[in-house]
Design a protein. Structure first.
Length: 596
């Protein structure tokens, strides 16, 4: 929690006033037993109705003052804890956005969601309770002991012995429960991840009739979480009965001691009642403290998990400026030299994912001139997506160098390179909102005519025109109210609306039929300007017209050149092509296969 204290900045006043008003309330509570003792010893013993009424009015005033202090403390505590959680959640979200894909892959989506929501809520609740009760409860406990000493020293010794014993019990249970709460939150991550997988993959689960298996799997994980919660709950539950037993023992000893003192004439009956009331106040406050410690333990465990995310340092560093006004992020300008605009060069690039045993790409070397169309093909897992992900610098290379527009990608300030690259991922991702809002992600100032032009190029005109409201048609989360092909075309249109120097289509036409795919490629070739296009595809028909084709095999560059060149000298490419067009396979090749 110490490292997170910085997020209380701006709420220092509330953080101080909340416990102060709570202690003020506690002070008023500590005065009540003395007033009750006066009512018994003076008012009732002397049969003075006026004295009793006056002391009752004092009790009412003390109650009103305590209630006002309590409400004020709750206001300041709520304001401070909610403000703290808001700033922490925003800081964590900003920090996650600053992390590279490598760190996000390592941390995992499920645990980040849990820490952004459940964990921060637990920290907020713990802070709220701590501001209100963490000082109040000890103040009442020790205040009761001090007030007891003002009444009778011998009876007060019962308080002096009971408090340390209770502290040992509470502290011991806390030491055992904190690590268990951390394990509970880790198991919650697993349940959250399993829930997320089931909800996002419900169609696949039903298609393969795996509902019962997934239900069983969820039951197992949920049962594990339940048992862990029950275990830590039982340990935490020991606090109440343990404190009750100790307090009741102390109460019995106190009443016996008080009775002896009354018999000896040292104490009055009202004083014994006051001592008992102070012991009762201790009981109530220790029960609150026990519940508070459980809540704080959860908050501390969750705060530690949040801190670990905030301690993860971004693996990528960016220069602050380009050093030239025309290339600054604010200017949003493209390089002045048109001969290098859109040029991409890989120089003996090797890339390995974090924690992977082998490189995803090994010694990749090629050069792409501005305006060229590059096709990338290869078997599943050959590294096609990994290669194009390096161009906008989603990951840093392990060895070698990548240049865009004649400059090393590491020399671009944050966001500048992304502005020049239009990326269409394998999985079409759309966001809740109108089609217009989604298309303007790449260019928020794009006019409707520019958006319609992008839609036409992406062969999505019929999609937009077929929806009520056209560009104003509201998409559901992740575009659930569209088909797969419609989503793909709109994601392509979103990238085209950006008017990028480099357009990357990462197998983004897999849901399109051959005719639409061909029309899309033809429209992209005839776009205005000189855009360098990378097309990742499993279809040789989609890339055979490319100026340069890269053939990947197990992370290595098996061949590069035009379609005609690769058909002559690249066996991997020939195998892929003939597997898709077997009627074009030469008879000699067929005979060789049969003999083999």
């Amino acid at each position: 929690m110490k490292k997170l204290a910085v997020f209380l900045k701006g709420y220092e006043k509330e953080t101080i006033l909340a416990p102060l008003f709570k202690m003020l309330e506690a002070f008023f509570d500590l005065l009540v037993p003395l007033v009750v003792a006066d009512i018994i010893d003076v008012g009732i013993a002397g049969a003075s109705r006026n004295y009793i009424v006056s002391r009752v009015l004092i009790l009412v005033l003390l109650a009103a003052a305590g209630l006002t202090s309590s409400i004020t403390a709750q206001y300041f505590a709520a304001k401070s804890s909610v403000g703290f959680a808001t700033k922490l959640r925003q800081a964590m979200f900003d920090h996650i956005q600053s992390l590279s894909c490598a760190e996000l892959d390592t941390l995992g989506t499920n645990t980040l969601i849990t820490r952004m929501t459940s964990d921060i809520n637990q920290v907020q609740n713990g802070l709220n309770m701590a501001l209100r009760l963490l000082l109040r409860s000890p103040f009442i406990v020790f205040g009761s002991m001090i007030m007891a000493f003002t009444i009778d020293v011998k009876c007060a010794l019962v308080f002096a012995v009971a408090i340390p014993v209770l502290s040992v019990v509470v502290y011991g249970i806390m030491l055992v429960s904190i690590p268990l709460f951390k394990k509970v939150q880790m198991q919650l991550d697993k349940v959250t991840g399993l829930t997320r997988e089931n909800l996002t993959g419900v169609r696949v689960i039903r298609a393969f009739c795996r509902e019962e298996d997934e239900v069983r799997n969820f039951d197992v994980q949920n049962e594990t979480l339940t048992k862990m919660n029950e275990t830590v709950g039982r340990i935490s539950a020991l606090m109440n009965p343990a404190t009750y037993v100790l307090i009741n023992i102390a109460t019995i000893v106190l009443i016996r001691c008080g009775a002896l003192q009354v018999s000896l004439g040292v104490l009055q009956q009202g004083d014994v009642v006051a001592l008992y009331n102070y012991m009762a106040q201790m009981i109530v406050e220790l029960i609150k403290l026990a519940s508070l410690i459980v809540t704080i333990n959860k908050a501390i465990a969750c705060a530690g998990r949040v801190e670990k995310v905030l301690e993860v340092q971004p693996g990528m560093t960016f220069p602050e400026t380009d050093g030239t006004a025309e290339n600054s992020p604010a200017a949003g300008q493209h390089p002045a030299d048109p001969e290098t605009r859109g040029a991409v060069r890989f120089e003996h690039v090797t890339f390995t994912y974090s924690g992977a045993g082998a490189p995803a790409l090994s010694d990749i070397d090629f050069d792409v001139r501005p305006g060229q169309t590059v096709g990338i093909i290869g078997g599943t897992g050959s590294g096609k997506t990994s290669l194009v992900s390096l161009i906008p610098r989603f990951y840093d290379v392990s060895a070698g160098c990548i240049s865009v527009d004649g400059r090393n990608v590491k020399d671009y300030p944050a966001g500048v390179l992304a502005e020049r690259v239009g990326m269409v991922p394998q999985k079409a991702v759309l966001f809740k909102g109108s089609i217009r809002d989604n298309l303007r992600w790449g260019n928020e100032h794009a006019s409707d005519e520019e958006l319609r032009q992008a839609v036409r190029t992406a062969q999505a005109e019929e999609v937009v025109e077929g929806k009520t409201g056209g560009l104003d048609f509201e998409l559901e989360q992740n575009g659930r109210n569209l088909s797969g092909g419609q989503r793909q075309r709109l994601t392509i249109a979103r990238a085209l609306a950006k008017k990028p120097e480099i357009l990357i289509l990462d197998d983004s036409a897999s849901a399109l039929d051959f005719a639409t795919d061909a029309a899309l490629r033809a429209a992209i070739r005839h776009m205005e300007g000189s855009t360098t296009v990378f097309i990742v595809s499993q279809r040789t028909s989609s890339i055979r017209q490319a100026d340069l084709i890269l053939v990947l095999d197990d992370g290595m560059l098996a061949g590069k050149g035009t379609h005609a060149e690769l058909m002559k000298n690249c066996g991997v490419y020939q195998e892929i092509y003939y597997s898709q067009f077997p009627e074009e396979r030469p008879p000699e090749s067929l005979r060789a296969e049969v003999q083999a």
